[in-house]
Design a protein around this ligand. Structure first.
Ligand code: NBG
Length: 924
């Protein structure tokens, strides 16, 4: 184990003398931040809080010349992007400084959104438009013969997230700022985001995502805000002495609200070594030792979710989680203590929302900080913690409900493991009475039942003896023997104490691994529920499922803790900015663009669905967006696709539960049917371009095969001259936020076909609906609420229901009702129509072989109804007027899914955080 602060001669990272003093004293490295200096709003402020020294045009020129060093003539797109970004950055910083100073002065309660993921995508367009500077920048860029849209493509996506969970966090930040809520996000500044997905030889390949390559104008490094974070070590006299330490350094990413002065913050942590370079080791020729500390620190913030299949991977991931949680809590407490003395008031000033289980170690770390660093008693610390922390569950997938081996936790965070044990033992003590009463009630019920059975059995035995006696000596002896055997085998009364102990185990935060005997695990979701004052799911059905299937024991104890907060998406990014053409049409129809802030206004679009001229214009916009997507498809894949067919989109992480595989099988069938048609029949078929996008986690074997299958189907179908434009199957690589912004507006139908009960919510379904794409889906996640808002008759709903799943899974062995289309399609895969039959063998077996995969996600059960829904889609598409009418209804009906609504609910019903209504911040 490494000693962090040794007395050896080293080159320490330069620190201020004050920092160095604190460091020696082993205290927090926090120094007063720049925000301590208040910037009173200046007189010349514009309405959005922007007080630039230079006008937009001059500032771009300035940045081009001095910051990125490119004169007008060689302003290549990336350089121009950088200059524009830096120019916007300066305006953001003005708004940011003023907001943060104002918040500090007013000292309202803050929400701190702790998340291992923030899938931000690009920032430029969003920042310019939220600051209401779109017109000015567009004008200034004319000089360079450029438009903002093109310049924006010079930015690399900040892909610090996997999918929905990370993007939700990003939408939430936008809404918090837009609603003037004092709130910060806290996360990790990964140097490489989610991997970049490429395609090679028909397979997914993963490449590093160098998103910081061109510099990042959207972040502000804060070397003055650093905290020490410890790992490993031991407990000495009850005190934790870490064996390794790193320094967390803050980077702030300003988050501009929509047309408001408020500019929130996303604070991301980078990890530094306390002693970056060991000169002594270097001089002694040990070069790798010289940079050992740096290497270890770098590892913590290198990549998003290192593969945790190995022990080292597990440890690194937990290290990441603890690293950012510890730094964020230390930071919050330090800022709190600048203005308050007594930590008992912390719950009035801070709420920590844990985004899934990744930040759950916050429960133990807040306890540790309060007890060990600030001298509070255990009970006082617990009272504070459980008033400050809330937890959102985002999945019911067992593999994503984190359980850390006690072994790993005890090694990496010995003090936290000790605290978790104490939390658990207090928790179990507190419920022993409840559990005992439950066992007693169960025993009483089963005793009465047993007594009845025993009485009946005794009667039967008596009768048997009487009958045997009549048959003579031998029969009587045999009957007596049987009776005594039966009596011996009769159930003994259960031991209450054992039963209570067994039952308590099911409530325990620390449990035995059901697959590895003897291995103890910490169930992080249970820790989160016990430590939080509120627990929520992310769609109505999901919030019910977590109550009945995931946390039923906890619901018994504190039913009031469980809530629902149906997800939402920011209408700025996901409608106004990604689809300016449709937005303009909506604004024209409604006579105002207020809908961007108040999404309920979209409902006023409904009557326009009945207006044929409006429908024609609506279709025109869709056509334009399809054209842009067709162009992207050509660039990325080489396939030429027409803009006439229906655009059918299936984009999301690749996962068996999301059933891209079922879609692929249906496309094989579609291909087969088209092949078998006569030319006359083909002329009547509804042509489709089917676009898939999504990343398969690098260690997810089946998901990668699903990607390969889609690519292979595309290869065969798209090159079949008989098929032509009737069907194209495209896998668009590297699906990310920016691709989504291009794809979603072009969609006519979008697929959300997870096995019912598995998709917590989905958020792309909301984005598609708002952009007027029709939905084919199961009764799962937010599809249900979209159906309620849009009218189920307007969706293509199919498949089994969530409450049928358990039974159907049990019955899979006996399933025989295979749809012949399904069987024939799979046969085509196995026989090599799409190449590489051996490679796909496992994939086919996963849904056909009862010993290998066992069709866990019930493709066979749902296939026939899925095909019926597909037929209904084709049928409706023939009627373009009705199709467009529905498309308008979708946009008009789904304003509910604005993340402004979601955040408003969190703020009122969980966080108790309120918008600031100071004179400087009032909306006009
Ligand atoms: C995802 C769910 C989605 C949901 C998002 C946001 C994880 C662990 N969960 O259904 O799969 O929309 O979270 O809540 O990524």
């Amino acid at each position: 184990m490494q000693q962090a602060l040794s007395a050896r001669a080293t080159y320490a990272r330069p620190t201020s003398s004050r920092t160095a003093r604190r460091q020696r004293a082993g205290r927090s490295l926090k120094v007063r931040s720049m925000l301590d200096i208040s910037f009173p709003p200046k007189e010349e402020d514009t309405s959005n809080g922007v007080a630039p020294k230079l006008g937009v045009e001059a500032s771009i020129e300035h940045e081009l010349k001095y910051r990125v060093s490119a004169n007008n003539t060689d302003a290549r797109p990336v350089k121009l992007y950088q200059s524009v970004a830096w120019s916007v950055h300066d305006r953001l910083v003005d708004a940011f400084d003023q907001t943060q100073a104002y918040w500090k002065e007013k000292d309202p309660k803050h929400i701190y959104y702790l998340s291992a993921e923030f899938l931000m995508g690009r920032t430029l367009t969003n920042a310019v438009n939220n600051l209401d500077l779109g017109g000015e920048y567009a004008e200034a860029l004319k000089k360079y013969g450029a438009d903002l849209e093109t310049v924006a493509t010079g930015e690399l996506d900040a892909a610090l997230g996997n999918g929905g969970l990370g993007r939700l966090a990003a939408c939430f930040l936008d809404s918090m700022a837009s609603l003037d809520l004092p709130g910060w996000g806290y996360g990790i500044r990964y140097r490489y985001g989610m991997f970049k997905q490429g395609v090679k030889d028909g397979l997914q390949v993963e490449l590093p995502d160098y998103w910081l390559d061109n510099g990042n104008p959207w972040e502000i490094r804060r070397p003055e805000t650093q905290f020490k974070v410890g790992f490993y070590g031991s407990l000495e006299d009850g005190k934790w002495v870490p064996g390794e330490e790193v320094i967390a350094e803050a980077y702030d990413v300003p988050i501009p609200g929509y047309k408001t002065k408020t500019c929130g913050n996303l604070r991301l942590w980078d990890a530094l070594a306390p002693e970056e370079f060991d000169l002594e080791a270097f001089n002694a020729g040990d070069y790798s030792k010289a940079v050992e500390q740096k290497r270890r620190a770098d590892g913590i913030t290198a990549v998003l979710y290192p593969n945790d299949a190995t022990e080292e991977g597990k440890e690194l991931r937990l290290k990441q989680q603890f690293f950012f949680v510890s730094a964020s809590l230390q930071d919050t407490i330090a800022r709190y203590l600048e203005q308050h003395k007594d930590l008992a008031g912390l719950p009035d000033k801070a709420c920590f929302q844990m985004n899934d289980t990744h930040p759950t170690i916050a429960v133990a770390e807040l306890m540790r900080l309060l007890i060990d660093e600030h001298g509070l008693s255990y009970d006082d610390a617990w009272a504070i913690t459980t008033k400050c922390v809330a937890y959102t569950n985002h999945t019911v997938m067992p593999e994503a409900l984190e359980k850390w081996p006690v072994r790993v936790l005890a090694k990496l965070l010995p003090r936290h493991m000790q605290l978790i044990e104490q939390i658990n033992s207090n928790w179990l003590d507190s419920i022993t009475g409840h559990v005992t009463a439950k066992v007693e009630a169960e025993l009483a019920a089963s005793d009465a039942e047993k007594q009845k059975k025993a009485d009946a059995a005794a009667e039967e035995r008596k009768a048997a003896l009487v009958a045997a006696e009549a048959k003579g000596e031998e029969a009587l002896a045999a009957a007596k023997k049987m009776v005594s055997e039966e009596e011996a085998a009769e159930e003994k009364p259960a031991d209450k104490a054992t039963l209570v102990e067994e039952k308590l185990k099911t409530y325990s935060i620390i449990q035995e691994n059901q697959w590895t005997k003897g291995e103890m695990l910490v169930n992080m979701a249970y820790l989160a529920v016990v430590g939080s004052f509120a627990v929520n799911g992310v769609a109505a059905i999901h919030s019910e499922i977590i109550k009945t299937d995931i946390f039923p024991h906890f619901v018994e104890i504190f039913p009031e803790r469980f809530q629902n907060k149906t997800n939402g998406v920011t209408l700025r990014r996901w409608l106004a900015y990604c689809n300016p053409e449709l937005s303009a049409l909506i604004t024209e129809a409604l006579g105002t663009d207020e809908w961007v802030r108040d999404a309920t206004l979209l409902a006023k679009l409904k009557p326009f669905a009945e207006d044929a001229a409006f429908r024609a214009r609506w279709r025109e916009v869709k056509q334009q967006k399809k054209k842009a997507l067709a162009e992207r498809i050509r660039e990325q894949t080489g396939y030429q696709v027409s803009t006439e067919p229906m655009y059918d989109i299936h984009v999301k992480r690749i996962h068996e539960y999301k059933r891209q595989y079922m879609n692929a099988i249906s496309l094989i069938h579609r291909y087969k049917v088209l092949k078998e048609m006569t030319p006359e029949q083909r002329a009547k078929a509804v042509p489709r371009v089917v676009v898939f996008g999504g990343k398969a986690a690098s260690a997810y074997y089946m998901a990668k095969k699903i990607v390969a299958l889609i690519l292979s189907i595309g290869e065969t179908v798209n090159n079949d001259p008989e098929i032509g434009d009737l069907l194209k199957v495209v896998f668009l690589p590297n699906y990310n936020v920016s691709e989504a912004e291009l794809i979603i507006p072009a969609a006519e139908i979008s697929q959300h076909i997870s096995t019912a009960g598995t998709e917590a919510s989905g958020t792309s379904n909301m984005k598609f609906a708002l952009n007027g794409a029709l939905i084919i889906g199961t009764l799962d996640g937010a599809n249900i609420e979209i159906g309620e808002n849009t009218g189920f008759e307007n969706l293509f709903i199919f498949g089994v229901k969530a409450d049928e799943i358990n039974k159907l899974r049990e019955d899979r062995k006996n399933f025989s009702d295979y749809d012949p289309r399904y069987t024939a399609a799979l046969q085509m895969v196995s026989s090599g129509v799409f190449g590489r039959p051996e490679y796909f063998e496992d994939l086919v077996a996963s849904i056909t072989d009862m010993n290998r995969g066992n069709d866990w996600f019930l493709l066979a059960n749902d296939f026939a109804s899925y095909m019926d829904a597909q037929d209904a889609i084709d049928e409706l598409y023939r009627d373009q007027e009705e199709w467009t009418r529905r498309s308008i209804i979708y946009t008009a009906s789904n304003g509910f899914f604005s993340s402004d609504r979601t955040i408003d609910q969190y703020a009122r019903e969980i966080w108790n955080v309120w918008r600031l209504e100071g004179s400087d911040y009032q909306r006009h």
